[in-house]
Design a protein around this ligand. Structure first.
Ligand SMILES: [Fe+2]
Ligand SMILES: [Fe+2]
Length: 246
């Protein structure tokens, strides 16, 4: 496995590793700044590929922050490997994530962020949004880079395959097809539709992001508000009923 690196927004690098067995991409995002920030660690077993991708941009020892949305292996499985190569790095996650899992899991204590707390990394101001159960998991959160209006949106807009690094259209259609396609598969029910789903997605849309950094599939550049509201409508239609809305 090899990672491909693409700058998708100023100082924002997508490190993409295609996993042939699962036939999906696992994308990490590095925001270069005075205090470099890596979003998602990738799987432990993909660490070398991700590490080489990061090394093509920066000396990994200079990483300062390692963020992720929720406690799953593609999000934070290689956290301790990263903490091993980056002596000044610290995990950042939600309060719930730290309290319930990461305080125990991580080799160094994480920094937990409150809802709306801003992490200043230099030029970039990273707003943390606690988003329980969006895309999934109690501890979920997302990160919005206020400097470049980039929303780091793990698992939202999921679509399979090994597509291009960034697109300017059709991300919603791909995500809709992927949600439909997974309804009968072994990984069905990955995203719950809860009393908080609509309001959380509306809150994300109101940020008016211009880039959506997608963990599995192409990133998106364009009207992020519209893309998120369109996705919210799809999620409501398909996932708000037990039979998948059909
Ligand atoms: Fe996930
Ligand atoms: Fe994921």
């Amino acid at each position: 496995m090899q990672s491909k690196v693409t700058e998708i927004a100023p100082d924002t690098y997508r490190i993409s590793t295609f996993h042939p067995d699962s036939a999906i991409q696992f994308n990490q995002f590095l925001i270069m700044d005075d205090e470099p920030f890596l979003m998602h660690t990738g799987f432990k077993r993909m660490f070398q590929a991700t590490l080489e991708g990061v090394r093509s941009i920066i000396d990994p020892a200079k990483l300062r922050w390692i963020g992720f949305s929720h406690f799953e292996s593609d999000e934070c499985g290689a956290l301790n490997e990263w903490l091993g190569v980056a002596p000044h790095a610290q995990a950042v996650c939600s309060f719930v994530g730290a309290m319930v899992m990461v305080n125990d899991f991580a080799d160094r204590a994480p920094r937990s962020l409150a809802d709306n707390e801003v992490l200043q990394t230099g030029r970039h101001r990273l707003q943390f949004l606690a988003t329980p159960h969006v895309p999934h998991c109690w501890d979920a959160g997302l990160v919005f880079d206020k400097a470049e209006r980039t929303l780091l949106s793990p698992d939202l807009f999921f679509h399979p395959g090994d597509p291009e690094p960034i697109v300017e259209s059709d991300i919603g259609g791909r995500a809709r097809d992927a949600i439909h396609g997974s309804l009968d598969g072994p990984l069905a029910k990955d995203m719950p539709y809860t009393p908080y789903t609509d309001s959380t997605l509306e809150r994300l849309a109101a940020l008016e992001p211009t880039t959506l950094a997608v963990m599995h599939g192409s990133s998106f550049r364009g009207d992020g508000r519209k893309a998120i509201l369109d996705l919210a409508a799809v999620i409501k239609t398909i996932l708000s009923k037990p039979e998948g809305g059909s």
